[in-house]
Design a protein around this ligand. Structure first.
Ligand code: ASP
Length: 328
């Protein structure tokens, strides 16, 4: 499937994976996020362009920053946000995912932001309902808005998305279970960056080339050569049977410690999608100018605003026209 408009329900737009987006749609999202950044730096006031829209958040997995980020993004543009607290809802009484989505739809939502442990759940929802669906992370599959926010951070750091073509970016850690690694390598490959996936063999994907990336089992081999070191957390909750290798051996080989940090190129930068496990993947205090970690959180909100503005402008028009057909 390609194109944001490829939601199975005609006229609805969903974002379930990076391949839903064309290159020009990605550039358009970067432009929208930049407009919101200027508004934020200036007046901190945003238009209420989504004031007739209702966004539902449906998180079947824990989340702090992603849920807050989506909520803030929707509210900044004037949308109403309804949060279905999954453990307190009928889902814990056995309601099926389809029934839950039908309920969210009947409550008048235009869009649903979904985080789910099963790969493909957001796409499945998009095929069942007329809601615009935004994937907030599905199992080990994708986390497209995280990657888009990171692309926005990178394009700002390197003064334009065009400059990413010459950059080498190492994504380091538990690649196998990371939805961020999948979305980000797919996205960066589209802009010509050289992506190297780095991690132990038991945390590496079978075919890095399918993600448009090279791979290495040795961080020391690549740390001095990269423009960006993108660190990942070990995704313990997604490792079947638990993580049995020794954390000591992991940190010895893949931790960004003082020694490795000093080997990095002087202007190279460090990123992390959070939450950071200090003392595991990161054990050095980074100077502000070398870390994009806080910027990633700020830019994540701006990018989610951009995504909502792009998909919901159409969604509320559709809903208004449906109301027109069925009366009020
Ligand atoms: N927050 C990111 C995710 O939901 C990364 C992580 O949890 O390690 O995938």
């Amino acid at each position: 499937m390609t194109g944001l408009t490829s939601n199975p329900v005609p006229g609805r737009r969903s974002l379930t994976q990076i391949s839903d987006l064309s290159d020009s749609e990605i550039v358009d999202l970067l432009g929208r996020a930049e407009i919101y950044r200027k508004q934020e730096l200036g007046t901190r006031r945003f238009s209420d362009e989504l004031k007739d829209s209702v966004v539902a958040t449906l998180f079947f997995e824990g989340s702090t920053r992603t849920r807050l980020s989506f909520t803030l993004a929707a509210e900044r543009l004037g949308a109403r946000v309804i949060d279905l607290a999954v453990s307190a809802s009928s889902v814990s009484k056995g309601e099926s995912l389809k029934d839950t989505c039908d309920t969210v739809s009947a409550l008048g939502a235009d869009a649903v932001v979904v985080r789910h442990p099963n790969e493909g759940a957001p796409l499945q929802i998009a095929s069942w309902t007329s809601l615009a669906v935004v994937n907030a992370g599905d199992g080990c599959h994708e986390h497209p808005t995280q990657a888009l926010g990171d692309l926005f951070s990178l394009s700002s750091a390197f003064e334009g998305v065009g400059n990413l073509a010459a950059k080498k970016i190492a994504i380091v850690g538990d690649i196998l279970h990371s939805r961020v690694a999948r979305s980000l390598s797919a996205l960066l490959g589209r802009f010509g960056s050289k992506v190297v996936l780095v991690g132990p063999p038991d945390m590496m994907v079978d075919r890095p080339s399918a993600l448009g990336a090279e791979f290495s089992f040795d961080l020391d081999e690549v740390v001095g050569e990269v423009d960006v070191l993108y660190l990942l957390r070990i995704q313990r909750e997604r490792i079947q049977g638990g993580y049995h290798s020794s954390i000591d051996s992991y940190t010895r080989r893949f931790q960004l410690d003082q020694k490795r940090y000093l080997r990095m190129a002087p202007k190279s930068i460090v990123m992390h999608p959070g939450p950071v496990n200090r003392g595991v993947e990161l054990a050095v205090k980074l100077p502000e100018e070398r870390s994009l970690i806080s910027e990633q959180v700020r830019n994540g909100v701006l990018m989610r605003m951009a995504v909502f503005s792009k998909i919901l402008a159409t969604a509320s028009d559709d809903r208004r026209s449906q109301r027109g057909v069925f009366g009020d």
